[in-house]
Design a protein around this ligand. Structure first.
Ligand SMILES: [Zn+2]
Length: 512
């Protein structure tokens, strides 16, 4: 299900195309097939004649090859379009900076050039704006951002040899902006060139803005120049599953050689240009103003039911996903559900969360839960209900069916995966509204046997946690479906699916 991708990476080619492509060809035949080759450092050299037969089509490049650059003034002429372009069949220049997602789902961020110094031409350098733009293209729109698979930079990050027991002796010209970038986008592999050094750092655990959050580890790999006389390593094979399709528990797995991050905590600040010595300001801390002081209070927003995505009266509600409508409650398909009949139970009027629902709404909710239970039972399945009252405004109870034989494992799965995030989910033995008065942030679960679990959210919470547990290998074993964005259907598909489920659910509908 989670297929490993094979990727080759190489250091500076410096015009030795014949050697590169014949070596790649041999490795690909012996250990392949590889999905692609990524080249860091200087691809072109003083003499680039060896590329001509590949450009003319007399020789072929056996696997798709992606390069970055230019990193020095003399190479600018080899790059016809700074925004990226094809240089010959199977040879692509990625561009100055950006995020490339391969067809297999690997996310590769790249930054060409070296950090700008006063008079350097901008074609072969990068500045604060470039790293900021690249950071944003990785993070924006990803509320549960975990990291990317590979970061390619020509230049090394400054300080990458810090926090090691045996600090290596060599010297290199590092960039602070790259350290900042790596701190923010958290690559699983960070690959560099141009120093003619082969160096693989022990993996370091990324830093996090929140206290109890955990982050993935990064492996830094620098490769030497191709055909170097000291026979230093210049080509390397990676075997990896895309971050987005890897179980969180696997990403959190520690290795014995793991170290702390080599970069100072001040790198977490939002502004790459700000003096890095400055006291760290938390990234994402929208409540802080420029001086780092808390604002008095954010004005409470007037609530507009018309703009709520889930109020049934709103224009924005996805009405085509609605399966059944009662007096106080409606039932809808979850957008990008983990399975076809993953439901949401929602109040028709605007209510914040389960714990504050009025009695008449609660009563109808109970009836809906019963009818769903009966509907799932026709296929030997039982419902898991969960609610995250955090970063939501309209109450939504998720309902995911699992096979009845899996039900006994659920509690442990919630607690075990919770443990990875330092979330201790406890059994609940009082009414929800008693433990969670209005304004309480929480995560709540109702297991198929009626047991309830509860966790009070303190500061942060993994937004897809409920989905991650039910999708885990111990329950549904569909780890690639835990992020709803990976499961989205087109509007037409959603429409068809809703029609099907509506027909199947009809005999159980409380209103009929
Ligand atoms: Zn609402």
């Amino acid at each position: 299900m989670t297929e490993k991708q094979k990727v080759l990476i190489c250091g500076d080619v410096e015009g030795h195309f014949k050697l590169l492509f014949s070596k790649v060809d041999a490795i690909n035949k012996k250990n392949g097939p590889f999905d692609f080759l990524l080249c860091v450092g200087n691809f072109f050299g003083e003499n680039n004649n060896e590329l001509t037969p590949y450009k003319l089509g007399n020789k072929t490049i056996s696997i798709p090859t992606y390069i970055i650059g230019p990193n020095r003034e003399t190479d600018i002429k080899h790059y016809p379009d700074v925004n990226g372009c094809e240089l010959s069949n199977n040879l692509t220049y990625l561009g100055k900076h950006g995020l490339y997602t391969s067809s297999s789902g690997l996310k590769i961020a790249y930054l060409s050039g070296v950090e700008k110094n006063k008079n350097d031409p901008k074609e072969c350098t990068f500045n604060e704006d470039d790293v900021l733009a690249l950071r944003n293209s990785c993070l924006i729109g990803c509320p549960s951002y975990r990291g990317i698979d590979i970061l390619l930079t020509a230049q090394w990050p400054l300080g990458v040899t810090n926090a090691l027991e045996d600090k290596p002796e060599f010297e290199y010209k590092g960039s602070k902006l790259i350290s900042w970038l790596a701190t923010h986008i958290k690559p699983r592999y960070h690959v560099c060139g141009i120093e003619n050094i082969h160096f693989e750092r022990c993996p370091y655990r990324n830093q996090n803005e929140s206290e109890d959050g955990l982050d993935i580890a990064t492996r830094f790999i620098a490769l030497a120049k191709i055909a170097n006389s000291e026979k230093k390593k210049w080509i390397y094979a990676l075997n990896l599953t895309p971050v987005q399709k890897t179980r969180m528990s696997e990403l959190m797995m520690k290795t014995t050689d793991e170290t702390i991050s080599p970069y100072p905590a001040s790198m977490l600040q939002n502004n790459p240009g700000k003096k890095m010595e400055d006291k760290a300001q938390f990234f994402y801390d929208m409540d802080s103003n420029k001086d780092g002081k808390k604002k008095t209070k954010r004005p409470k927003m007037e609530f507009d039911q018309n703009k709520c995505w889930f109020c049934l009266s709103s224009q924005d509600v996805s009405k085509h996903l609605v399966i059944s409508t009662g007096k106080e409650i409606y039932l809808a398909l979850a957008k990008g559900g983990v399975v076809d009949d993953h439901f949401l139970i929602l109040p028709i009027m605007h209510h914040q969360c389960l714990s504050t629902l009025p009695d008449n709404v609660k009563e109808e909710l109970r009836l809906y839960k019963e009818s769903i239970r009966k509907y799932y039972a026709t296929s030997d399945r039982v419902p898991v209900f969960f609610e995250r009252n955090f970063k939501t405004s309209h109450c939504q109870l998720q309902v995911v069916p699992i096979h009845k034989n899996q039900a006994p494992c659920l509690k442990e799965a919630f607690q075990e995966i919770g443990g990875i995030y330092h979330i201790s989910i406890k059994e609940l033995d009082v009414d929800l509204h008693e433990i969670a008065p209005s304004g309480t942030l929480y995560f709540y679960v109702e297991l198929p046997d009626g047991q309830r679990l509860f966790y009070r959210i303190k500061k942060d919470f993994p937004l897809q946690f409920g989905r991650e547990v039910v999708c885990s290998d111990r329950i549904l074993d569909i780890p690639d479906r835990f992020d709803w964005k990976d499961c989205q259907l087109s509007k037409e598909e959603e429409f068809l699916l809703a029609e099907q489920i509506k027909a199947k659910f009809k005999p159980f509908d409380v209103n009929l």
